[in-house]
Design a protein around this ligand. Sequence first.
Ligand SMILES: Nc1nc2c(ncn2[C@@H]2O[C@H](COP(=O)(O)OP(=O)(O)OP(=O)(O)O)[C@@H](O)[C@H]2O)c(=O)[nH]1
Ligand SMILES: [Mg+2]
Length: 257
Amino acid sequence: MSKSGGVTSKPLDNYSDTDSSALFIVVGVLSLVGIAVLIFYYLIRKQSHKLQFVLLMGRNGAGKTTLFAKLTQDRNVLTVSSLIKNIGWTKNLFPKETKREVQLIDIPGFERIRWDVFESNKALCKGIVFVLDSVTIAKDAQECADILYRILVDPDIQRRKIPILIACNKQDEVAAKDVDVVNELLEKEMNSIRITKYNPSTKKGNKAEFLGKMEKDFAFSQLTGNKVMFSKCICRSEESNEGDDINGVVEFLRTLS
Ligand SMILES: Nc1nc2c(ncn2[C@@H]2O[C@H](COP(=O)(O)OP(=O)(O)OP(=O)(O)O)[C@@H](O)[C@H]2O)c(=O)[nH]1
Ligand SMILES: [Mg+2]
């Protein structure tokens, strides 16, 4: 009995040794694969972060290039109407944090260049700062709303739920409209534009281009995919550069860095 027990116990011990070393090998290989996947994922994320950027958009003279220079060079510049895009990384935007800087593209307001540059860069954008002139907004509301509408119905922008910050610039000027007033003016114009895209009563047009809730007046808060936010902005005060205020834009960029 004891002999037979001795005979059976030896092969069992051997089997157990082989089994545990096989297990070690499997665990080792799996760990290596896991580490490789993590490194690969980290590199892809790093690379895609480098490739992505935030677009500065809006009509001519809104202050995009002025804001771009403040964010990328931390200085005030005199500008002329842009005919080509500017690309650059933000500089010292989050000095005391581990947040990474953000790559920006300043898109000229000139209509044909604007949409060419937008079309060729939208696939890699991760956010849009829509800059507008708060002094002339009452007169320019329709044009600004047109641009915004086209951005917001874009399938790429919708599918990727790109967030948009509307920077109400030139708030240093006495004639500047408050952020709430700008919001109302734009919503009113967006309301009119969407009826031209699709009319719910006649059912004419493209339903996919109707933004917001059918039964209510348009409000940016009705957009479920794209988050649209507003902030005041002063990037080149007429009186003194010390009065500049781009905190709302910096906060927005922080959420994307
Ligand atoms: N008062 C005031 N003026 C500003 C402000 N920001 C920009 N400006 C002025 O607005 C004018 C137009 O600014 P730009 O930065 O060239 O405008 P833009 O949006 O780049 O214009 P385009 O390149 O034509 O699309 C310039 O004279 C700026 O100095 C601001 O916050 N306050
Ligand atoms: Mg410009």
